[in-house]
Design a protein around this ligand. Structure first.
Ligand SMILES: [Zn+2]
Length: 107
């Protein structure tokens, strides 16, 4: 079972209290970008078997969005952090590298 902690209100709950919101840290391509860049922004998503960064919303709690780093195979959560964060926090990246030495890192 996937257990997440909302960094906004501090509640830890099962995933049924949260709503998934796709991949985190997407690079937006808007007006003036090439068709290929816009297509990649709209449709191309990572689907790794292992470490993944995702958006979640505390749907049955405070209602706020946040980001989570977790392993899609084991459901181990490495950490959650505010949605306004542009890149994974250093302490979460260090925790992932400690537990998954073969992890190639966040691009
Ligand atoms: Zn919350």
């Amino acid at each position: 079972m996937l257990m997440l902690t909302c960094p906004c209100c501090g509640v830890t709950a099962e995933e049924t209290e949260f709503a998934p919101g796709c991949e985190a840290h997407l690079k937006r391509s808007g007006a003036g970008s090439s068709n290929e860049d816009f297509e990649a922004y709209m449709f191309n998503r990572k689907n790794p078997r292992g470490v993944h960064f995702e958006r979640w919303r505390h749907a049955y709690g405070c209602g706020k969005w946040f980001l989570a780093a977790r392993d899609t195979m084991t459901l181990e959560v490495f950490g959650t952090y505010p949605a306004q964060t542009a890149a994974p926090p250093a302490e979460i990246v260090a925790k992932i590298k400690e537990k998954r030495p073969q992890w190639e890192g966040y691009e």
